[in-house]
Design a protein around this ligand. Structure first.
Ligand SMILES: [Mg+2]
Length: 280
């Protein structure tokens, strides 16, 4: 078996930190520039922290930030984040996504499977957010929001770090991205990686459907579709990979093996695809 990498997004995929990040950025901007609730003026969903810090500065100050401005925001954000994460924990609004412990424990015991982070959070912020979950022990590498503005490059950086760490070379077809927004899907596709989505995260459901990830599941409470998608479990109906529409992707397993995918929507897409092809 060829070695695989699975990169996990954090917010909405591993944990829900009860808006600790948003509160910290709001407070940082208010302290530095006197503007309240800056995060109400733009969408943070699925963006890298680098992009969010820039948007916050532009909306607060009406000009592009300098390197020093971003450094100041980052420092203030990181100073505030631990107390805001603790606040979420105390209020009981810091939550782990259902079934994630079971999935990560199982994956960490698999031979030739490497699990890492693929997140828009800056590295220090990622660790601060994950700390109360106890999930940090599963991750030894990742791509982070401080690596680049562009999410696909963050993922590519994560894979490069894994290659350095393991001495393995990973073909894109052996890289799996798990996230909760359409931006995770777009980034995965841009990099040529597989994309699986946690539907019960923070993503816009219509945008998720529109961007067609290979797998959609509410959370990890049922591991079967995830394991089939990852090629770690045989389809219960014995269907082999590559039999159907997208050779070399596991989408057909989940659709045709009836393992929890949205069959109706898949059929609709196939119908449209056939129509487009026939009209050519
Ligand atoms: Mg997310």
């Amino acid at each position: 078996m060829k070695a695989k990498i699975i990169l996990f997004d954090i917010d909405g995929t591993l944990i829900k930190a009860g808006s600790a990040g948003t509160r910290s950025l709001n407070m940082a901007i208010e302290k530095l520039f006197g503007v309240k609730n800056i995060c109400d003026t733009f969408s943070l969903q699925g963006c890298t922290d680098k992009t969010n810090f820039e948007s916050a500065f532009i909306n607060a100050c009406g000009k592009k930030p300098s390197k020093k401005d971003i450094e100041n925001i980052t420092a203030e954000y990181l100073r505030l984040l631990p107390s805001q994460v603790s606040k979420s924990v105390k209020k009981g609004i810091y939550k782990k996504v259902k079934g994630i412990n079971k999935l990560l424990s199982l994956l960490s015991k698999q031979k030739d499977v490497f699990i890492g982070l693929g997140t828009g959070n800056i590295k220090d912020g990622a660790f601060l957010k994950l700390k109360p979950s106890g999930l940090l022990k599963f991750f030894s590498f990742g791509g982070y929001g401080c690596d680049c503005h562009i999410r696909s490059n963050v993922l590519i950086k994560g894979v490069k770090r894994a290659e350095k760490l393991t001495g393995e070379k990973f073909a894109p077809k052996n890289v799996y991205i798990i996230g909760d927004t359409h931006k995770d899907i777009i980034a995965a596709k841009e990099a040529g990686y597989h994309s699986g989505i946690v539907f019960d995260g923070f993503g816009d459901k219509k945008l998720i459907m529109k961007n067609s990830p290979e797998l959609i599941a509410d959370d990890f409470s049922n591991l079967t579709p995830w394991l089939i998608w990852l090629g770690l479990k045989r389809d219960p109906k014995g269907i082999r990979r590559g039999t159907y529409v997208c050779p070399d992707t596991p989408i057909e397993h989940a659709h045709f093996g009836m393992t929890g995918m949205d069959l109706g929507d898949a059929e609709l897409r196939l119908k449209k695809l056939r129509k487009i092809k026939n009209n050519k």
